[in-house]
Design a protein around this ligand. Structure first.
Ligand code: SF4
Length: 355
């Protein structure tokens, strides 16, 4: 297990990040925030998928007011994403936002920033300052010649300094780029400069297949170096997929042990069952189980149980049949048509002590 960088603790509603607390998964609703029902429905699904914190866009006063009911009924903390208008930030805090995300440079000047900071401080609401490739300070672009790690880091430091200059230090910082390598570089630089919790993400990473890989490379590399306190996978798609991907990244790094981890073989010339179909169905059916379990779905009995020895439970294909095994030991044989049901029965038995 790698050593995690020590950061300050910041409370976002019921979730604490930094200070060695578990890495929190975040996502962002893509519903119209003024549509309270649609927003809450999506939040419920995000929470079910393992999301710890969600963010909603607050583009106008109607959305800021809708936050009252949303934050009152949401099972997870809700962050308000605000640009340009300090009044939206004040209204969001008053309506229960657990954190606000602003750009101190575009909120209307220092006086307005001070008003927002004071309101947040009194309410115990932290502020995330975020810089991305599009919001780099022009002076740094001139100084460094491009949107590189130094320009992004200095721009983020300016945002932090602006908040600190109005007496606010309940801060989370993000510096995002759509380039995973630049993301890695900038967070490495930033983690040496500040001890505020870092919100990691590769922004605008792309569609689910491509974006998941880019996010896993950027976020995963940093987490493996002990950098990062909360993560957001950013995909052009259903936000539930973002939560799924974030959870997979944390599980791959052993930073989260919740739910079923499926170990499945790639199939080869020895496979004589429809393993891909069974693996896909099992992945869907096992999604709701929260007990940490390893389940192996292997194509053959020659190597299957041995290769998946550390799995709690598994199946290995034969000719029209499957062997069921526990911790590498074969315990039973069933026809292929019954394999999935039998596997699910055994998993539930382990997860819920069902008999
Ligand atoms: S477990 Fe068997 S079927 Fe699957 S890849 Fe390995 S050898 Fe091939």
């Amino acid at each position: 297990m790698f050593e995690r960088r020590v950061t300050r603790e910041i409370r976002i509603g019921s979730v604490i990040i930094g200070g060695g607390n578990p890495i929190a998964i975040q996502s962002m609703n893509n519903t119209d925030t003024s549509d309270v029902k649609a927003t809450l429905d999506q939040i419920e699904k995000l929470a079910e998928a393992g999301c710890d914190i969600t963010r909603v866009a607050v583009p106008d006063m109607e959305a800021a007011r809708a936050l009252k009911e949303i934050t009152g009924r949401s099972p997870i903390p809700v962050v308000a994403d605000i640009h340009f208008d300090y009044k939206l930030a004040l209204e969001s805090i008053r309506n229960g936002a657990a954190k606000i995300r602003i750009n101190p440079g575009n909120i209307g000047g220092k006086d307005k920033l001070k008003l927002v900071a004071n309101e947040a401080k009194n309410a115990g609401v932290p502020i995330r300052v975020g810089v991305n490739s599009g919001s780099v300070n022009r002076d740094y672009l001139a100084e460094f010649g491009s949107v590189d790690g130094r320009a992004l880091t200095e721009s983020a430091m300016d945002a932090v300094n602006e908040l600190e200059s109005v007496g606010f230090n309940d801060i989370v910082v993000s510096v995002k780029s759509s380039d995973p390598l630049l993301t890695i570089k900038v967070y490495r630089l930033l983690s040496k400069r500040i001890d505020y919790p870092l919100h990691l993400g590769v922004t605008e990473a792309g569609t689910p297949a491509e974006g998941s890989v880019r996010s896993a490379v950027g976020i995963g590399t940093l987490l493996a170096e002990g950098i990062g306190d909360t993560i957001r996978v950013s995909l052009t798609g259903d936000p539930i997929l973002e939560a799924d991907c974030a959870l997979s990244i944390l599980k791959a790094l052993d930073l989260r042990r919740s739910g079923v981890q499926i170990i499945s073989c790639p199939t080869c010339g020895r496979t004589s069952v429809d393993l891909i179909d069974i693996a896909e169905k099992a992945t869907k059916e096992l999604k709701g189980i929260k007990t940490p379990l390893k389940v192996a779905i292997m194509g053959c009995a020659v190597n299957g149980p041995g290769e998946a020895r550390d799995a709690d439970i598994g199946i290995a294909g034969g000719k029209g049949e499957f062997l069921l095994f526990e911790h590498g030991k074969v315990i039973k044989k069933v026809p292929e048509s019954e394999a999935l049901n039998e596997l699910m029965r055994m998993v539930r038995e382990l997860a819920y002590n069902e008999k």
